[in-house]
Design a protein around this ligand. Structure first.
Ligand code: TA6
Length: 297
């Protein structure tokens, strides 16, 4: 596997629509431009960094303070959390694939003029040291007027394994205080800010302080209503029975060296997950697909 820019462009560039560049030495990114949208996707972590449908403001948020460096995920876009979501004692938070250099497997333009990317990664000695299972993981990203991401887990070993995972999507909003998330009314959630107490959502989710919640048993679309920018973003999903909503707010934001002061006002995470008690067990040869479809209205 080689990641030199010349070899990536020779094999995978699409004339006028897709080229590789570097976000930092050793870190290739895919730059996409079509009549429908522009986007940037990092090979490290298979992390979608930007997506902007033509005529719209950017949809995905990335911190101005983010650092692009080998082994460090960017603060924003869509980090892939796998094979666990959240903390695990002595191991990297949100799993280990978000800081790994993924392999470019395929790029193409589909009949609708969307760019389709296949990025993959699989077990090796370094992943076995953290999680002793054989796997193949592929992220299929379709960039057009909508953004679709499908994370396909395959158990390539001889024993079952259990995962949690997330498309930990950071969205831009005009003003978090004037933003609501619809779709979770009546849903039970675990509130990380209150030591994982289980509570029930009433009405839309509104933001007045640190918010970090795993909504349980939900397959519903979420609708981000952004009153300041007068737009709504729909997050539809499949293969996911939990949704995480996160905003660090003023105090907690300071704990992140890769967030600038006040940036919590312009961002919000609505994460398509299998998280908390929502776990997926795969038999040998089994596959599971976690997917999100994002659209702007
Ligand atoms: O998904 C919410 C969350 O797990 C929060 O608890 C918060 O820590 C955030 O993700 C960011 O995590 P990270 O490991 O990227 O700093």
């Amino acid at each position: 596997m080689t990641h030199t820019l010349d070899s990536l462009n020779a094999r995978f560039a699409i004339s006028d629509h897709l080229r590789f560049s570097l976000s930092a030495p050793g870190l290739p990114v895919i730059d996409i431009q079509t009549p429908h949208a522009s986007a940037r996707v990092a090979l490290q972590g298979a992390q979608v960094l930007t997506w902007q449908p033509t005529g719209q403001k950017p949809v995905l948020w990335v911190s101005k303070a983010t650092v692009y460096a080998p082994g460090k995920g960017a603060r924003g876009g869509v980090p892939v959390c796998w094979p666990w979501f959240g903390a695990r004692a002595g191991l990297p938070a949100h799993g280990f694939v978000r800081t790994r250099l993924w392999e470019m497997r395929e790029t193409r333009l589909d009949a609708a003029g969307q760019v389709v990317l296949h990025l993959g990664t699989a077990d090796d000695a370094s992943t076995r040291a953290l999680w002793d299972h054989a796997f193949d993981l592929e992220l299929v990203v379709t960039v057009g007027q909508t953004l679709s991401m499908a994370l396909v887990t395959r158990n390539t070993g001889t024993a079952p394994f259990t995962i949690t995972d997330a498309l930990h999507t950071y969205f831009c909003v005009g003003d978090i205080a004037q933003t609501r998330v619809q779709g979770l009314d009546g849903c039970a959630y675990l509130d990380k800010v209150q030591d994982f107490a289980q509570l029930t959502q009433t009405g839309a989710v509104a933001f007045t302080g640190e918010t970090d919640r795993i909504y349980l048993d939900t397959t519903a679309d979420c609708l981000i209503e952004d009153l300041a920018w007068e737009r709504s973003i729909r997050v539809a999903k499949q293969g996911s029975s939990s949704t995480v909503i996160w905003n660090p707010w003023r105090e907690r934001e300071k704990a992140f060296a890769d967030m600038a002061a006040g940036e919590h006002r312009e961002m919000l995470c609505v994460e398509t997950c299998n998280a908390g008690p929502d776990q997926v067990t795969l038999a040998p040869g089994g596959t599971h697909t976690l997917s999100a479809l994002i659209s702007v209205a």
